[in-house]
Ligand binder design. Structure first.
Ligand code: A2P
Length: 284
């Protein structure tokens, strides 16, 4: 079982979730999610544009674990932005998942008619179809364009975040509304520079933990939700085994000092929205 964080709308979310981006819908997602649920994960993160919501839903049902004990996040793709389209997108995700509600639903990427899509999410929340609503990939610049005009403060902003890219500026702004960070790419997407970092390795040695466990523990102690993904059963298990040790403040500071301020993905770069729509088409 994992530690839980309370969001600004009172919804409780397990601090470690299982990420499913890039796990194919050829049975691999089903297998990985069953493995994750067996290992004790109770929070699964999928998205319309991961094309694997259906396998996530099947794995959850077949696990025999009561639906209300598992926290399910999905995301609305940009092709369903705008108020009317977003209402359809919510129903589409529910249908693919085979569920009558989602615990958290995010605007996956901040392009197009973000304001209209957000309004639809607010309504779906009121209608009980979604328990909590949030955004993703919002930089300071993008946040300041949209969020001050939202009637409801997002509960989370899911962004690229790991010890080499700690997102300190946006975290400061989000902190004012008690909006939690969800880290995608929390292990640097398998980046050797991060996983082989000497500071992290040495801290792990002290606790008998591997570098991935130290990194994930750091993120949770920073009050962030973290979404490691792995297709490997041993790593799926070990990535959750971070609740029997705690990093000391000086160790937290050593890891805080590793920040380069440079995430690999820049949502502010020109053409990103167009690129994403053309590379991740949703045709139904
Ligand atoms: P694998 O599926 O073979 O485990 P992120 O969560 O930051 O996106 O990183 C995912 C990448 O990191 C995947 O390539 C995954 O590979 C790898 N990975 C996941 N867990 C670990 C771990 N504990 N140690 C090393 N690599 C890991």
């Amino acid at each position: 079982m994992t530690d839980t964080i309370t969001l600004n709308d009172g919804v409780k979310i397990p601090a470690v979730g299982f990420g499913t981006f890039l796990i194919p819908a050829d049975g691999s997602t089903y297998k990985a999610v069953r493995e994750a649920l067996d290992a004790g994960y109770r929070h699964i993160d999928t998205a319309t544009a991961y094309y694997n919501e259906e396998e996530v839903g099947n794995a959850v049902r077949d696990s025999g674990i009561p639906r209300e004990e598992i926290f399910i996040t999905s995301k609305l793709w940009v092709s369903h932005f705008g108020y009317e389209r977003a209402l359809i997108g919510v129903e589409r995700s529910l249908k693919k998942l085979g569920m009558d509600y989602m615990d958290l639903y995010l605007l996956h990427q901040p392009y197009g008619d973000v304001a209209g899509a957000w309004q639809a999410l607010e309504e779906a929340k009121k209608a009980g179809k979604i328990r909590s609503i949030g955004v993703s990939n919002m930089t300071v610049k993008i946040w300041n364009v949209y969020v001050p005009h939202f009637a409801t403060m997002p509960s989370v902003n899911q962004i690229e975040c790991n010890p080499l890219a700690q997102q300190k500026e946006i975290r400061k702004i989000m902190g004012a509304g008690n909006v939690k960070v969800e880290c995608w790419g929390p292990l640097g997407q398998g980046n050797r520079t991060l996983l082989e970092n000497e500071t992290i390795r040495a801290i792990g040695e002290k606790y008998g933990k591997n570098s991935a466990q130290v990194i994930l523990r750091f993120e949770v102690q920073e009050d962030m939700i973290t979404l490691p993904k792995s297709a490997n059963p041993e790593r799926i298990r070990s990535n959750l085994d971070i609740f029997d040790f705690a990093l000391a403040e000086d160790e937290m500071n050593q890891i805080r000092a590793l920040d380069t301020g440079k995430p690999s993905h820049d949502p502010d770069a020109p053409g990103v929205g167009e690129y994403l729509i053309s590379h991740y088409p949703i045709n139904d």
